[in-house]
Design a protein around this ligand. Structure first.
Ligand code: UD1
Ligand code: CA
Length: 460
């Protein structure tokens, strides 16, 4: 018997979103809503987490597979309401003493609130403990109806509420702790005689009370934890709220934002003191940015680690690492697996992919460096290309320290350029270049005398 289990409701059709995607996979700050919910639930370490799936089941299962842990799955083949959804997780209820029910479309419910509610639930020996709050706009949520003593009487849904009930500001977050046995006994008694013709989980509360159990309300300290998304407007509001919360937190930590226009930063991003983030910059995935950097404008940084005093101006960077003092941009791209050394200069229209660039190397303009290991202090002239692909296979290019790659050099991989070697401008290098040498691979100039005069004569 598990002491605690968690059931996440994620089978809903999400019709109000008007999307081909299951609602719980819709993203807030680039993370699916159900990802937020599971992240918080996992911090609580329940012995089992069961996800109820239905609409878009395969897509949800694929997402769960990326999270690298085991979930039990319950299937709800027809969507008959939240109470019916919980019934599908009967096995989880049978195996646990207390169960936390969470909605996959309410991303901000945090572990601190869940823990607080569990304490109240256990200390009060309750059949159910509902997590509630009073958000600024209660429209659309189930209202908490209390009796004259202030005890929880029932939850009434928006569609079923009387005018007086609609004025209640206190709402149901959709997250509750239930005594599993009490819930198991109540579920078969639910009816669908309501405005939505659904089996409401919220109706289990009155039934649990009738069976002689206590019902408590845990009021969340932060009212935003209850917010959920049923419509695109709701999703937009959640994104706005989360975005400003992340920026607010970074401001506290000494990050500078001259303005916040177009700036979206995910929750797994760390940024050091005195770093300035300029407009239209998106930083997402797991990123760590050092102190005193200037990031943006117009940049997209994903799963990338950046040292101190780095400048990224109009840069796209994915799954890469940039060491301190590097300057990149404008209009440059770091594709996955690029490691940029200290003090490197990467200029305009330069693309780096799956390459190591040694300290103080410079590629100032119009260059492609792919599948390459470049030493320290190398200089790339304008328009250099590592030709890494022969149409079938990819090959690496190796360039030694302090080599000088002349303008418009093509390096046909696999190829090596030795330390302190130079390639002549316009060369297409097909053979390894020994250290300290100059290599030229281009035809000698051929001059045809009177070329234009002959052309003119023929035309006449
Ligand atoms: C629900 C609550 C409401 C609460 C609100 C909080 C009920 C009856 N109402 O309303 O009191 O204020 O959440 O956000 O519970 N789902 C299924 N199967 C179904 C129906 C829903 O798995 O048959 C899932 C959905 O995917 C969603 C969650 O349950 O993740 C909540 O369902 P939703 O239809 O969004 O309920 P609300 O109307 O928001
Ligand atoms: Ca909802």
């Amino acid at each position: 018997m598990n002491k605690t289990a968690c059931i996440v409701l994620a089978a809903g059709d999400g019709k109000r979103m008007n999307s081909a995607k299951p609602k719980v996979l819709m993203e807030v700050l680039f993370k699916p809503m159900i990802g937020w919910v599971l992240d918080s639930a996992e911090k609580l370490s329940p012995e089992e987490i069961c996800v109820v799936v239905g609409n878009g089941e395969t897509k949800i299962q694929n997402y769960l597979n990326t999270r690298g842990r085991q979930y039990s799955i319950a299937r709800q083949t027809v969507r008959l309401g939240t109470g019916h959804a919980v019934m599908q997780a009967e096995q989880t209820l049978k195996n646990s003493e207390n169960v936390l029910i969470l909605c996959g479309d309410a991303p901000f419910m945090d572990d601190e609130t869940m823990r607080c509610a569990l304490k109240m639930h256990l200390e009060g020996n309750c059949g159910v403990t509902v997590i509630a709050a009073s958000p600024d706009n209660p429209f659309g949520y189930g209202r908490i109806v209390r009796d004259e003593k202030g005890d929880l009487l029932k939850i009434v849904e928006q569609k079923d509420a009387t005018v007086a009930e609609q004025h209640i500001r206190e709402i149901n977050s959709g997250a509750y702790w239930f005594n599993s046995k009490a819930l198991l006994e109540a579920l078969p008694k639910l009816s669908d005689s309501n405005a939505s013709k659904e089996y409401y989980l919220t109706d289990a509360i009155a039934l649990i009370k009738e069976a002689g159990h206590r019902a408590a309300v845990c009021t969340a300290t932060h009212k935003a934890v209850v917010l959920g998304a049923n419509t695109r407007n709701d999703l937009y509001s959640l994104n706005y709220f989360a975005r400003m919360a992340v920026i607010g937190d970074l401001l506290q930590k000494g990050v500078e934002f001259p303005c916040t226009d177009g700036i979206i930063i995910g929750t797994d991003v760390e940024i050091g003191q005195d770093t300035v983030i300029l407009p239209n910059t998106i930083i997402r995935g797991k990123c760590k940015i050092g102190c005193g950097c200037e990031i943006g404008p117009n940049s997209l940084i994903e799963n990338t680690e950046i040292g101190d005093f780095v400048v990224l101006n109009n840069v796209q960077a994915y799954q890469s690492k940039v060491e301190s003092g590097a300057t990149i941009g404008p209009f440059s791209q770091l594709r996955p697996n690029s490691h940029i050394g200290k003090g490197v200069k990467i200029g305009d229209f330069v693309e780096v992919k799956n390459s190591n660039i040694g300290d103080r190397t410079s590629a100032a303009h119009l260059t492609y460096i792919g599948d390459s290991d470049v030493g320290e202090g190398v200089n790339f002239g304008c328009g250099c290309v590592t030709a890494n692909y022969d149409g079938i296979q990819k090959f690496r290019t190796k360039i030694g320290d302090n080599a000088f790659i002349g303008c418009n050099t093509n390096l046909i991989a696999p190829v090596e350029v030795g330390e302190n070697a130079a390639t002549g401008a316009g060369s297409t290098i097909t053979k390894n270049v020994p250290p300290n040498s100059l290599v030229l691979e281009r035809a000698d100039a051929k001059v045809v005398q009177n070329w234009e005069k002959n052309k003119l004569r023929k035309r006449k």
